[in-house]
Design a protein around this ligand. Structure first.
Ligand SMILES: O=C([O-])CC(=O)C(=O)O
Ligand SMILES: [Mg+2]
Length: 623
């Protein structure tokens, strides 16, 4: 052992000895402190002792300071560590004897969770199992989700979350989030005040009218804000206590729910009169009053009409965005930008047909137009490349019944009416077709084969969720196009092997955007979420796809990297926000990457053993 190692040992021993309560150490405490001071100042160069201290603190566990103890600790998912409480902690905190004797570390707990997870035979049971874990031990839940993201995302999020919403009453175990009903109108702030945590930074809210592609699920829609916010933490590391899922119950028009004896929401038809708007206004004011002007409100799965209206109404005065319009647009445009690297056809040479003209399609079309303009294509030229089909056929200027209104107007073409998607595609001869209207199987074999006939590498995006609503499956798309298409879907599909080549479909889901975006908004205090932010996000995401991934047909980074992608997106957006005067947090961090990573939620358990110390002996004091 070298002298230096020897002295390090003595140093560490004495440092520990300082805090020992044995009378021997009590007696030598002063002496040992003097020796420590001597070693520090006289023997070691300053940088060496500094390093030693730094290393010690880097490996030291973080110490939690719970205000609760005893059985309450085991019942609080933010604090509970289950069998990972050490023997000392169990005794100090009054839970000794209330846990099986064995002490496990977190990694052993993960193994046990995975064994249990794999025992379940279907995804809904796996969902219920994971939600129960989230309700009893949050750190362990996020550790499992972070370590097994590819396996867990389809369970806690799309598509299984859709199934869970359909059965939300039946699988209800423990409430999560806040339910505010139209009957609470006039008292919305009071209800929000019941939420026990002040430090809320992000809310995901739905009124349940259009849950994924499943339609009106009323109060059962709560699964969506819960799932989205789980990804805030799992993918972007946003602190879970800062997230609040909210369901606004204004009734439902879903007949089977109204008749369902187990339905857990208000048994009444949707209130869509003026009081509905007043209620949403009151809600927006109440969240700001309770949590501050900087609280982020993500609108999710509202009906078409309301989604657009509320976005326009609130985007200028609140920190808000609509994930189905803007988040989906951003991820789809990212996919298109990556696709044209595969097809080698510049954006200006592409023609897009949209199946559907709802939130997602119109959002994508608008952002696509912006992306074209950013590449020097005029609006007039850009509009000529976009064709939209809704339930009445091609959207044309002189449509007979009712004409074309609202956001569709911009995209109405000066063209003869064409009634079916197949006819439109045969007339327009697009390079890309994008489906987002929850019409299962809308991309028929005939359409897919035709796309392969007129294009070397057709772009096929079947974005509707969940899987059961997809316009076609990955396998159908690859088979009909002899593996030549660039395919992306909203819900996950497995890779397909054709002629010895593995084709990997991209998951064009807004999950690649909203967690990282929310992280940037929260940390740099962005108050107005502009359209440019979504274009910037799309560009950055498309740049994150590596050449070898493009070669496999991927237009998004692999799901296994989505956590790193979200962090990088947050870093890039934060830089962008500071540069463009959108970030209000002052001062700008010197190292944005470092400050974001320092904030992020850690799934490591904290120690509950306080660091003991003595008061210094004061001459003349008898304390
Ligand atoms: O939740 C998802 O998977 C994507 C989304 O926002 C939707 O389909 O409404
Ligand atoms: Mg949605």
């Amino acid at each position: 052992m070298s002298d230096r190692q020897m002295l390090t040992k003595v140093y560490n021993f004495l440092k520990l000895a300082e805090f020992r309560k044995h009378p021997f150490f009590e007696n030598v405490r002063l002496a040992s402190m003097m020796v420590i001071a001597f070693i520090k100042r006289a023997v070691f160069p300053a940088d060496f002792t500094n390093n030693m201290d730094q290393n010690a603190s880097a490996t030291d566990e973080k110490i939690a300071r719970p205000r609760v103890r005893g059985v309450d600790l085991l019942r609080d998912p933010l604090l509970n560590k289950g069998m990972a409480f050490t023997l000392q902690e169990r005794q100090m905190l009054g839970v000794h004897g209330m846990l099986p004797p064995r002490v496990m570390d977190q990694q052993e707990q993960v193994v046990s969770i995975m064994e249990n997870f794999n025992r379940w035979q279907n995804d809904l049971d796996r969902y219920i199992y994971l939600m129960a874990l989230q309700d009893r031990n949050e750190k362990l839940f996020y550790r499992v989700v972070s370590e097994h993201t590819e396996l867990m995302m389809p369970i806690i999020y799309t598509p299984t979350v859709g199934l869970a919403c359909l059965k939300y009453g039946l699988i209800f175990r423990k409430p999560r989030g806040l339910y505010i009903t139209i009957n609470d109108k006039g008292h919305v702030y009071d209800v929000i005040c019941n939420w026990p945590i002040d430090d809320v930074k992000a809310i995901v809210v739905t009124d349940g009218e259009r849950i994924l592609g499943l339609g009106d699920l009323g109060c059962y829609g709560m699964g969506i804000p819960v799932g989205k916010l789980s990804l805030y933490t799992a993918l972007a590391g946003i602190q879970p206590h800062q997230c609040l899922p909210i369901l606004l119950d204004v009734g439902t028009n879903n007949e089977s729910l109204l008749k369902d004896p187990l339905y857990t929401g208000l048994r009444m038809r949707r209130d869509n009169g003026p009081q509905y708007d007043e209620f949403i206004d009151e809600f927006m004011d109440a969240v700001v009053k309770r949590f501050g002007r900087d609280v982020l409100v993500q609108f999710e799965d509202f009906g078409n009409h309301n989604a657009f209206r509320f976005l326009e109404k609130y985007r200028h005065d609140f920190c808000t965005f609509n994930d189905d319009i803007q988040g989906t647009a951003s991820v789809a445009v990212a996919g298109i930008l990556a696709s044209i690297k595969i097809t080698k056809k510049p954006l200006k040479d592409n023609v897009f047909v949209f199946q559907g003209a709802g939130e997602a399609s119109l959002g994508i079309a608008h952002l696509l137009l912006m992306a074209m303009k950013a590449k020097g294509i005029s609006e007039e030229e850009g509009l000529k490349k976009i064709w939209m089909v809704d339930s009445k056929g091609l959207i044309v200027k002189d449509r007979p019944a009712g004409g074309v209104t609202g956001h569709k107007e911009l995209f109405a073409r000066d063209f003869k009416p064409v009634s079916t998607l197949t006819e439109v595609i045969k007339t327009v001869k697009p390079t890309a077709i994008i489906g987002a209207a929850a019409v299962t199987g809308a991309f028929t074999e005939e359409i897919l084969k035709y796309m392969a006939e007129i294009n070397d590498k057709p772009i096929i995006f079947a974005l509707s969720n969940p899987t059961s609503k997809a316009e076609c499956t990955a396998e159908q798309a690859y088979t009909a196009t002899q593996g030549r298409c660039v395919f992306a879907s909203g819900s996950p599909f497995n890779a397909v092997t054709m002629n010895g080549k593995t084709l990997v479909p991209g998951q064009g889901n807004n999950a690649y955007i909203f967690p990282g975006l929310a992280l940037a908004i929260i940390l740099s205090d962005i108050r107005r979420v502009t359209e440019e932010i979504f274009l910037k996000s799309a560009e950055m995401l498309s740049e994150m796809v590596k050449d070898e991934e493009l070669a496999q047909g991927r237009v998004y980074p692999p799901l296994s990297k989505i956590r790193e992608v979200s962090t990088k997106l947050a870093v890039g957006l934060t830089q962008y926000a500071y540069k463009n005067g959108l970030a209000l947090k002052y001062p700008e961090p010197e190292d944005i990457d470092k400050s974001i990573r320092a904030y992020q939620y850690s799934t490591d358990y904290e120690s509950f053993i306080p660091q003991m110390y003595d008061w210094p002996a004061v001459k003349g004091s008898n304390l």
